[in-house]
Write a protein that binds this ligand. Structure first.
Ligand code: ZN
Length: 658
């Protein structure tokens, strides 16, 4: 049951400024995902504002598009003059594209974000504060077979109840017509059937707390009907990560680029997936109309034969498009956005981690709401034609056209070892900057503080331990749905020792880490790479392979073995389209290997100062970890799509190598 989060002490701090109050209570709404999720819902405040010429206007500060209520700031509200908005409400006709233009033209600050498409509706409501949510509980009641009657019974005369109308100008116009002769003050809010709730008040608290009160009415009803308690749970089947990777690869092909697949194998998700007939129920449509833009109208149903399941989905989507298109729309890609996987749960697909996470969140709420409505007799969101109108809304189609080129590695899943320092850390940064999600493996205890961010999965892992390596690869697939790129980099530079004086433990340890660990990683990764998108591996070798130095046998031999391993891997894995290449860096001094004493000792061995030693190459240049990471990223990229089994030096040019 949701509760008011209003804190009078905190609210007092912003009491002097209506926009600051608006920010405060908008964030309270945003904190409750059962009310608004990911850009759903919007809020506004009406106040006076002076423009640059010194003229004072009545202004509607309304949530700007692209802002989330949970984190909104004052600049997330678009200041639109109220008068033009009220004039627009009186138009008989206005395309939504023209509405957006007129709203922008009426803004006091041309740099502010686009006002919400529900701005005119906010303008019509004659109260200073207006709050709007897409509350799960109200929607679940509304989507049940007797939803209209139940809503009318529950809310009586407290709210206006409005049948579903497409958001945008049509909705604003419908409300304007409907409310011309009413006394607004007799209502606390408005329920838009199958869409959401509005509340209002002359102060921020009244409007916010009315919203909470109105939503609680539906929650109490659902509780009384024992609907809210309906939540199927199951421990389901064992995980099947190979099938997940297969699924992700097929969806990526349909999408025209790699996607991430977020599998939700929680007991709630698995329980949902096992409800008999759940797919045909979910096929009736999304929780709120705007979700369709992210989720498509229907989920993919995963059956025994994956390819057959996918072709059923694409055929169904094409038929849906043809049923409703008037010839002016361009059919979107045919890839599903989420899947019901009986026994295993649900999967959300996204071109980025953010997109996949948003869809996974929507799935979680939809799953619950479907079960509540089902308990009341069935799940009946808006008719398919209205869903289509939303999915192919001119404003959404225009947005798609504006989308620029995605980053090179968007939707790609990488794994990097030795990720906490030097070359590994630089590779993580380079791949992340180009759109990859990256599993960052290292033995460093402080790994989590070194690498981080939404797109990074830090995994504490000793790469010489096969069990740990296999677990890390699986954790990567579990988190993102597959594996495309591997940078096998972990290594160390043992203390200098002549063969005559070789310490056996030193020798064995070097071979374990600098050679065998790479084999373990390849062996664990290959089944997933074979199901990856444009899969590619780079192993980090050393200049010591073509040009060894005295005293470094344990290191040079291991790196030479690693090079041979990669050549054989290139031969074996070509049949799966997996490319394998090696880089041979030299004298990269910003890595964990080069402790000052090691550096000094190596310089002395060549009768050079440390500085001379650092730039002792043909180009007289300092080779950095970032330089090596740049070459590694390039080798992993489509630029080198036709290259496998190659060895590339990153050493500033070395006479002994050339
Ligand atoms: Zn809405």
């Amino acid at each position: 049951m949701i509760k008011s989060l209003w804190n009078e002490k905190e609210a007092q701090i912003v009491n002097h400024d209506p926009v600051a109050q608006r920010v405060y209570s908008s964030r309270l709404l945003g904190q409750e995902p059962a009310l608004v999720m990911h850009g759903g819902g919007n809020t506004s405040v009406k106040t006076q504002s002076t423009d640059i010429l010194g003229e004072t206007h009545e202004v509607l500060y309304v949530k700007g598009s692209g802002w989330d209520l949970a984190t909104i700031e004052a600049e997330g509200f678009a200041p639109v003059r109220l008068k033009p908005l009220l004039k627009m409400a009186q138009f008989n006709e206005l395309s939504d594209a023209d509405m957006v233009h007129l709203q922008r033209a009426a803004m006091l600050n041309p740099n502010a974000p686009n006002p919400s498409v529900e701005a005119i509706l906010h303008a019509i409501i004659p109260f200073q504060f207006v709050d709007h949510t897409h509350a799960d509980a109200v929607l679940a009641v509304s989507h049940s077979p007797q939803g209209d009657d139940i809503i009318n019974d529950l809310y009586g005369d407290r709210v206006l109840v409005i049948p579903y109308v497409m958001p945008g100008f049509s909705l604003a116009r419908a409300i304007y017509q409907h409310t011309r002769d009413i006394d607004w003050s007799q209502y606390e809010g408005m329920i838009l059937l199958h869409h959401g709730v509005f509340s209002w008040g002359d102060d921020a608290r009244t409007s916010y707390e009315r919203m909470i009160d109105l939503v609680v009415i539906s929650e109490e009803y659902l509780t009384k009907q024992e609907a809210l308690q309906q939540q199927a749970l199951s421990t389901g089947a064992e995980e099947d990560l190979l099938q997940l990777a297969e699924l992700r690869k097929s969806v990526s092909t349909l999408r025209g680029g790699p996607v991430l697949a977020k599998w939700d194998g929680s007991p709630e998700s698995r329980g949902f997936s096992e409800i008999p007939g759940i797919v045909s129920v979910a096929n009736n449509g999304p929780l709120t109309p705007d979700h369709v833009i992210r989720t498509k109208p229907r989920p993919l149903q995963i059956k025994e034969d994956l390819q057959e399941s996918l072709s059923e989905f694409t055929q169904d989507y094409q038929e849906y498009f043809q049923r409703h298109s008037n010839g002016e729309q361009t059919c979107l890609d045919l890839a599903p956005r989420w899947a019901i996987w009986p026994g295993y749960g649900t999967v959300a697909f996204g071109r980025s981690n953010k997109e996949a996470t948003i869809i996974a969140d929507i799935n979680r709420h939809t799953r619950a709401a479907i079960q509540w409505s089902k308990h009341l007799g069935g799940w009946h969101p808006i008719p398919e034609a209205d869903t289509f109108a939303m999915e192919y809304w001119e404003l959404e189609q225009a947005k798609l056209k504006r989308k620029g080129t995605p980053p090179l590695f968007q939707g790609t899943i990488a794994l990097v070892t030795g990720a906490a320092s030097g070359i590994g850390r630089a590779c993580v940064a380079s791949l992340q900057a180009q759109g990859c999600v990256v599993a960052a493996l290292d033995i460093a205890p402080d790994l989590h503080t070194i690498v981080g961010g939404d797109d990074i999965l830090p995994i504490h892992c000793d790469v010489t331990d096969l069990v740990a390596v296999e677990a890390a690869v699986k954790a990567t697939v579990r988190a993102f749905g597959g594996l495309d790129l591997v940078v096998s980099n972990a290594g160390n530079f043992p203390p200098s020792r002549s063969i005559a004086e070789m310490d056996n433990a030193l020798w064995e340890n070097s071979l374990q880490l600098n050679l065998s660990s790479h084999q373990k990683l390849l062996t664990a990764a290959i089944p997933f790479l074979a199901r990856g998108v444009k899969p590619s591996v780079v192993l980090v070798g050393s200049k010591n392979v073509p040009a060894p130095g005295p005293g470094a046998a344990a290191y040079s031999v291991a790196k030479a073995g690693l090079t041979q391993l990669s050549r054989v891997a290139a031969l074996e894995l070509g049949q799966h389209g997996i490319r394998v290449n090696v880089v041979h860096p030299n004298a990269v001094f910003d890595t964990g290997i080069w402790k000052p004493d090691v550096l000094k000792e190596r310089a002395r061995r060549y009768n050079l100062t440390v500085e001379e030693y650092q730039t002792n190459n043909i180009l007289h240049t300092n080779v950095t970890s970032a330089d090596v990471a740049g070459v590694v990223s390039a080798l992993l990229s489509p630029t080198f799509a036709k290259t496998t089994g190659a060895q590339i030096a990153v050493d500033g040019g070395n006479e002994r190598v050339i």
